[in-house]
Ligand binder design. Structure first.
Ligand code: HEM
Length: 492
């Protein structure tokens, strides 16, 4: 027998497979899980602690504080290597290094996941948050232009009044209290505001049980199913017909909205994008879906958290209310000048501190390094996934003091700690930072002012958030409080 025949006979033998099969499997698993040799010089989190955290469905804030920041404190200078969704990713928790990563869009372009998740099928590749290069630049310029139109304070005011109607109509509890499902109402408010800014009309989510909102929420729940996120191949093995039908139906409805908008343009973002003849209907639809997604959970999370922190910190709530009453009086309507940060410094500080303490976007979309880079004292090779971990920066004890304490005074003139000036990055930094930052800050100052003047509020004694804010576990880097009930009391 020649050597080839011996070899082929032996690989058909079950004994060989029984001996080497498990070895081959263990080796493949090791290769899949072990830190690759070119990244071994970076401070890596033990993989099993991260996997366990995902299995236990820990929300990002808990995982970041318990694992990433404590590892950074012990072993690193602002950089931690974390196994995430099947690959090793560098998390940056030092503000200066985060600036470095987000400033250079050429060396750190965004990295589109190679696997086909339901969400990525919905938003496509060609949209403002995921594209790179000229394609991104073109859409980004238009969207940033659209956000320079006057801020719609009157819209925010009327949405706040819609919120009041819902609060006032909430049936009293047995204790005669107005107990409101605040996280749900905050989401409806944010949806209406985003509906207006993106497509130019209110979805009327606050006042009605809109079918669009119900379908959209159900679709988003499908996108976050842990089984299909961990193993996208399941979409082929056990296809989710209803999820796909819903996605197609939502896409069709977005197209219908776009066609209507083309006939009746306004000052909204989609009207600006519709004016560019080089954008196809698919480009427009993908941008519209991502704008909805990028715009509403982030805002609703901030609104929920802000009301939560002010419920827990009655002295801060009182100081904010005193300021609003001083500036707005008992009945004046909010205006652009009155809602500016300098007119309402304390309210503004409460919102900024909320965005620090419970940053709604925990970290950015991962970038992929194009060439070798030095990040602080670390060498980062090309083709390394890397991201700015904003929640980590905001809770980094090397930068901020009393990271878990809600202290709006940090952001007041004269009291700001010198290191924190450039360390507040909830909207990220660099050319790809959030284009809606100014819009959102006005939106929140207006809603906060209206609420503070109209109500006082507290946390129910049996609240699940009584000993600290509880965020939902999100696969999309969102830190959003769930099932947050608030007791409102109308002011006389
Ligand atoms: C409190 C509310 C918000 C927060 C905290 C927030 C945060 C962020 C962050 C951190 C990024 C950078 C993501 C990355 O680089 O991976 C971002 C990007 C973006 N945000 Fe926001 N956002 C908020 C509200 C909004 C709203 C209301 C809209 C639109 C209606 C919006 C539209 C966008 C878009 C289009 C991008 C992508 C920009 C680009 O890549 O050029 N955001 N946002």
């Amino acid at each position: 027998m020649d050597i080839l025949t011996t070899f082929s006979a032996s690989i058909q033998s079950p004994t060989i497979w029984l001996t080497f099969g498990p070895l081959a499997l263990s080796y493949s698993l090791y290769r899949f899980l072990a830190v690759p040799s070119h990244l071994r010089h970076l401070p890596a989190l033990p993989i099993f602690s991260v996997v366990w955290s995902y299995i236990c469905q820990e929300p990002d804030d808990v995982r970041i504080k318990r694992l990433i920041l404590s590892h950074a404190k012990k072993y690193s200078e602002g950089v931690v290597l974390v196994w995430m969704f099947g690959r090793w990713t560098v998390h940056v928790v030092d503000p200066k290094l985060a600036f470095q990563v987000t400033a250079d869009v050429t060396n750190f372009p965004k990295d589109f996941p190679t696997w086909d998740l339901l969400l990525t099928r919905f938003i496509g590749r060609n949209n403002i948050t995921m594209s790179n290069g000229d394609e991104w630049r073109k859409v980004s310029t238009i969207v940033r232009d659209a956000f320079t139109t006057p801020i719609p304070i009157d819209l925010f005011t009327s949405l706040a009044k819609n919120i009041f109607r819902v609060i006032d109509q909430t049936p009293l509890t047995d204790n005669k209290e107005l107990k409101v499902e605040w996280s749900d109402l905050a989401q409806r408010f944010a949806l209406d505001a985003v509906g207006y800014s993106v497509i130019g009309f209110s979805i009327d989510a606050i006042s009605t049980e809109s079918q669009f909102v119900k379908d959209y929420n159900m679709f988003m729940r499908y996108t976050a199913d842990p089984l299909y996120l961990a193993l996208p191949i399941f979409e082929k093995i056990i296809p989710r017909k209803h999820a796909f039908d819903l996605m197609e139906d939502l896409k069709k409805r977005l197209i219908d909205m776009l066609l209507a908008k083309r006939l009746d343009p306004g000052d909204d973002i989609m009207s600006f994008l519709l004016r560019d003849p080089s954008l196809t209907m698919e480009d427009l639809r993908n941008n519209m879906s991502i704008l909805f997604i990028a715009g509403h959970d982030t805002t609703s999370g901030t609104i929920s958290s802000m009301v939560y922190y002010l419920a827990l910190n009655q002295a801060a709530q009182k100081s904010a209310r005193d300021e609003v009453v001083r500036v707005l009086g008992p009945s004046a309507s909010p205006s652009l000048s009155l809602m500016g940060p300098s007119s309402l410094p304390y309210v503004n500080a409460c919102i900024k501190e909320t965005l620090r303490a419970n940053s709604p976007t925990s970290y950015t979309v991962p970038r992929m390094t194009q060439k070798a880079t030095n990040l602080g004292k670390y060498y980062i090779p090309p083709n390394t996934a890397i991201l700015s971990n904003m929640y980590g920066v905001h809770h980094n004890e090397a930068v901020w003091s009393d990271t878990d304490v809600f202290r709006p005074e940090r952001f007041l003139k004269g009291e700001i700690e010198s290191q924190t000036k450039n360390s507040w990055i909830p909207f990220s930094t660099g050319p790809r930072q959030c284009p809606a930052q100014n819009f959102v800050m006005y939106e929140m100052r207006t809603l906060a002012s209206m609420l503070l003047r109209e109500y006082e509020w507290t946390l129910p004694v049996d609240s699940i958030h009584a000993d600290g804010i509880k965020n939902a576990c999100s696969p999309f880097a969102l830190t959003l409080p769930y099932n947050l009930d608030i007791i409102f009391r109308k002011r006389v």
